[in-house]
Write a protein that binds this ligand. Sequence first.
Ligand SMILES: *Cc1c(COP(=O)(O)O)cnc(C)c1O
Length: 221
Amino acid sequence: MALSEIQSRVAQACQEAGRDVNDVTLIAVSKIQPLDRVEAVLDEGHKIFGENRVQEALGKWPDLKARYDGVSVHLLGPLQTNKARAAMELVDCIHSLDRPKLATTLARLAQELGQCPDLFIQINTGEEPQKAGMLPAQADEFVAECRALDLPIRGLMCIPPVGETPSLHFALLRKIAARNGLSDLSMGMSGDFEQAIAFGATHIRVGSAIFGARVYETPTS
Ligand SMILES: *Cc1c(COP(=O)(O)O)cnc(C)c1O
């Protein structure tokens, strides 16, 4: 199993960066993976998992949470407002708060439910038109808006553009977080988590390096 290998690479990257390994949370991204691979990682004692879609998370985690103690699930992908309630009831953390309408919806539901997952604001550091997230220039205002709504904002999240040097995006995310007094940084995936740790990541989201490549279903003819 690759989990232990990733854990030692995380420890090594922390040591090289002069950081405490306990300050970096490894999120095992289980989206699309077959259940037996997810169970194998649970059986090794890992407790923190990431999913991209609410529907998929609802299909597997209520059952797995009942079978394994102390598991937490983080939502990483785009969240539609009509799925916000279901997400808030299932997950411990949402990394994809990316627009004012979602912020007001989460605030209203937090009042109703008397609880709210920890939140990361997603920043579109590459300013890619097709990608979710607040633009860097709008980040400060949005952080303030979320705070005015009493939302539990822990930090910022980014997904660097494919083909660009990720460290430039990690540095930008760190800078925006610092000037807003936010401590946590959700950045780094299978291909670049060591660099992300060097740039201060507190939450790394690692999928294929732990579980193996995701096999998407292909239509059968
Ligand atoms: C799928 C996904 C990951 C994990 O990607 P890998 O390259 O498999 O590590 C991390 N973050 C988000 C937002 C994702 O959608």
